[in-house]
Design a binder for this molecule. Structure first.
Ligand SMILES: C[S@@+](CC[C@H](N)C(=O)[O-])C[C@H]1O[C@@H](n2cnc3c(N)ncnc32)[C@H](O)[C@@H]1O
Length: 198
């Protein structure tokens, strides 16, 4: 089996178990939306990205894959799970956090991230359906003048989580890509170099 496909679990019959911290995308519109979030999860050390709905299928049996530009270093470390009821699949102690522009939501600036968070995001062309709000224990808004695009919203939240962990001394130092990949602290990633060389 293609190693790329092993990272995926498909359909209702699969028995995936949620591993927080994780991200859940509600009814994403395009494969690129999922791809960008998989990349972000990989960058910040989250092991799962769940997504619902039928607009993105990424069914390996039909040869559907993430767009090439999203298949960047580290993305295979992240398990993509296409499942319509992600909340049911996470263990007790998971804290679903709706990231939404919503009255009464906590501003991200002062948000204390739960260790076992499941960050829930709406689609590019919509928002988290009201029926799913009851599954969410916390609501957080990113203080911005206008709505961010989905990937930027996810990136902001994951960056904020990492930064606050660093402030609390939970990570020893900010990890650079070069350091993590064993290329030295300052080197540019190989895939970036090969792109700029073309
Ligand atoms: C492009 S936004 C959706 C925009 C929505 N259709 C609108 O115009 O109001 C995609 C998702 O990113 C998240 N998002 C974007 N900007 C946000 C912000 N400032 N605060 C919290 N969540 C945000 C939400 O989860 C949202 O559902």
């Amino acid at each position: 089996m293609d190693a790329e496909i092993e990272s995926a679990t498909w359909g209702r019959n699969a028995p995936p178990v949620g591993e927080p911290p994780a991200v859940a995308l509600i009814d994403p519109k395009y494969p690129a939306n999922v791809g960008m979030v998989v990349r972000l999860a990989s960058c910040y050390g989250l092991s799962q990205v769940w997504f619902t709905g039928d607009r993105v299928t990424l069914d390996p049996a039909r040869g559907e894959r993430l767009p090439r530009e999203e298949r960047m270093k580290g993305y295979k470390d992240v398990r993509m799970v296409h499942h319509d009821r992600p909340f049911d699949r996470f263990p007790a102690g998971t804290v679903p956090v709706a990231v939404e522009v919503r009255a009464g939501a906590e501003p991200l600036h002062t948000f204390d991230h739960p260790d076992r968070a499941l960050y829930v995001f709406g689609p590019e062309d919509g928002s988290i359906p009201a029926a799913l709000h009851r599954h969410c224990h916390r609501f957080v808004v990113i203080p911005t003048r206008h709505c961010l695009n989905l990937a930027t919203a996810v990136a902001t939240v994951l960056w904020d989580r990492e930064f606050k962990r660093w402030q609390r001394g939970e990570v020893e130092y900010p990890t650079t890509p070069g350091e993590y990949e064993g290329r030295g602290q300052a080197e540019a990633p190989a895939d970036l170099v090969s792109r700029t060389d073309r």
